[in-house]
Design a protein around this ligand. Structure first.
Ligand code: GLP
Length: 253
């Protein structure tokens, strides 16, 4: 795994944007797997600016997002669909029909998980998957469990995730308890994985995920199995333990 420890969130965002831009330049019709959360906001801002300057184009790009809350419709401002439109899709030249997320309003979990897997297969799989990490080690919304998911799943969010994500809601009670998430198997099958994390609350879980045992209790630890295709950009706070305890394994940006 290539782990790049960047001095600041801004540098992390710019470097990650460089990598994603290179992907779009090399393969203009890329399928991008996209993520939500605070971590990718800077990266999305950079991509918007580069698109405005004509340096990159989303004209032929297809996107599949990692996850969506169950019960929230796209016009709900807490939905991941809303987040993606606000922070990226509505600000670049992507075709609306090429944008895909799980449908949080579909109450038939079996139908929705099958639909999303079929959709990902129909676009030929993911060329570059953007990935963040939850404080409990989740990727997408694949929470710590006793097994790894393969395809899309409906997951019950853990208390730690509900608490962490409550900062975006009026109260903790309003955080949905379930979500649809792309499966760990699909995430691992992406051609390349662009991983980002920032902030000191990610430092411990990053060391566990990258250097601890590979276990479904830390879903992100799976990335060790596909280390060759993972490019991890973290800021100095998130990367503090990586840099201190595994200096040979990190690249200081
Ligand atoms: C959320 C999302 C994840 C994201 C993670 C980290 O729950 N489902 O896909 O990677 O939490 O979020 P943040 O970047 O805000 O720390």
């Amino acid at each position: 795994m290539k782990i790049y420890v960047c001095p600041t969130y801004d540098v992390m965002s710019k470097k990650a944007a460089d990598v994603m831009s290179a992907q779009l330049i090399l393969k203009p019709d890329s399928v991008l797997g996209l993520a939500t959360g605070s971590s990718p906001l800077g990266l999305y801002g950079e991509l918007v600016e580069r698109c405005e300057r004509g340096e990159i184009s989303f004209e032929k790009v297809t996107t599949v997002n990692l996850d969506e809350y169950c019960g929230l419709s796209p016009d709900n401002d807490q939905s991941y669909s809303y987040f993606m439109h606000k922070n990226l899709f509505d600000r670049v030249n992507i075709r609306p029909e090429n944008v895909h997320l799980p449908d949080g309003t579909n109450t038939d979990a079996e139908a929705e998980t099958k639909r999303y897997d079929a959709l990902i297969a129909s676009v030929g799989g993911v060329d570059m998957q953007l990935l963040g990490i939850g404080v409990d080690g989740h990727i997408g919304f694949n929470e710590p469990a006793d097994h790894f998911s393969v395809g899309t799943v409906r997951v019950a969010l853990t208390e730690s995730t509900i608490e962490a994500n409550s900062r975006f809601f009026a109260s903790e009670d309003e955080v949905p308890r379930y979500a649809y998430s792309m499966g760990c198997g699909t995430i691992l099958n992406a051609d390349k994985i662009l991983f980002i994390a920032n902030g000191k609350n990610k430092a411990e879980i990053l060391e566990q995920a990258f250097f601890g045992p590979v276990t479904p209790q830390v879903p992100a630890s799976l990335l060790q199995l596909v280390a060759d295709k993972v490019y991890a950009f973290v800021d100095a706070e998130a990367g503090a333990l990586l840099a201190a305890n595994h200096p040979e394994e990190v690249i200081l940006v």
